[in-house]
Design a protein around this ligand. Sequence first.
Ligand code: SF4
Length: 536
Amino acid sequence: MTRDKAPPACTVGQELASCPDIAAMARASGRSGDRPLRSPACPPGRLGECREECAVFGIYAPGEDVARHTYFGLFALQHRGQESAGIAASDGHSVRAYADMGLVQQVFDEEHLTGLRGDLAVGHTRYSTTGTSHHRNAQPVVVASKAGTIALAHNGNLVNSYQLARDIHGGSAPEATTDSSIMAQLVAHRFEESGDIAAAVVEASRAWQGAYSVAILTEGKLLACRDPNGIRPLCLGVLDSRGYVVASESCALNVVGAEFMREIEPGELIIVDDAGLRSTRIASPARPAMCIFEFIYFARPDSYIYGQLIHEARRRMGQKLAQAYPVDADLVIPVPDTGWPAAIGFAEESGIPFGQALIKNRYIARTFIQPDQRQRELGVRLKLTAMEEVLRGKRVVVVDDSIVRGTTKRGIVGLIRRAGAKEIHVRIAAPPYRYPCFYGVDTSDRRELLAARVGSVEDIRRIIEADSLGYQTIEGLTEAVGLPGDLFCRACFDGDYPIEVPDELRARKFALETEPEAEMASAAGKETDVVSSSAD
Ligand code: SF4
């Protein structure tokens, strides 16, 4: 690919095959014609499908191989999204992008990275959700405007996407795009009006309601901003004197040799260009509402959020569980991988030996993200093996991060039982997950959430076929994280949503609201109790 002449940028809705720049890359990689690829900005699909945990990465470092750095950054953030990956880069004259389905390693080869050389880049990995395994949802979203081309990578979810889509489309076709492409279109529109990308982001963000940690590039500038509640993480690093990096998690800074500077504040906008780094605000900080589920499950154990090492927070969750739900047992085992630190903490606190009995096939994506129920069930068997030698005749405490749909947990208990365990006591580092998330995690509607669907912890224990079950309390979770509870969103546990959720969106996920409130209240009252089959 030549870099001396700015090629036409890929525009919204353009097929990859007809986007001159990306099509050239596709031809070079031998991918052209193998399936109907679309540009990352291509909109078709139901609005709101892109409700998932994702990763964003951005780098401004003239003279560096920014595409390769972004590749390494996305590689470190792979746990946040395994469905698709994409990188957009700019050499100051043009924006080039490539995205496809698959893991970072599968999507990019040497040729792609060579074609993406420049001074700055943004990247994205995306989490798989129900019905959304489509190339069209891969990011960064690339939109051309008369003022320049922008590429936008988004983690989070807007709660007013429908309204914005209706506004953009003049009251029609509200299904015609994802929230991320709406955000990009709004920025591009404002950019075209003012010619000032920072002003365009500030202006466009006034319409965004919900969760967003965003990295944006245009020819010559990298921008990154975080919603006023700070729901999704986003941090800033410095690359010696060579440039700056933004990333969803600090673990992605280390791999590119960047030093952690600080977290991007809620409502803050960072701009990096040849004049250096500047900070401004898109909005005043609102009620702090960092997603506490980042501490439980999403973030990598070696990342820091709000100064807390995730591994240590999870270890303390295990200690809290052991205090709240003691049990006579021979062995504490984790459900790999996210159950490890909490299991270590449980073993430390209880004095019960820690061991490894479940072996994970490391080349299978997390079952939570498998697109449908049947695949999730199959996923457990593909993913985990239980070692009979370790488990036979033992009373086992199994520690895991959370129960969302419950399918996986039941499969795991069955695996351990078949491997000969005498008793299985399940301890969960999170409280019961009862309410859907509207801020970037696809937990579908309440009918799919086991703790919402089933009345009590005892019923959940029966369903997963454990001998006893103990959930973390919300207080225990907050203490384990080590920060004041009012800094966090905990809505999936307590239903207290920090950002108002429009009725039309809420209605889609609150299908259980017809259930008697008394039943739910009774379930909530039981959630702190350890439930044992021997008490039946
Ligand atoms: S509802 Fe739960 S998963 Fe969603 S942002 Fe809040 S704490 Fe995180």
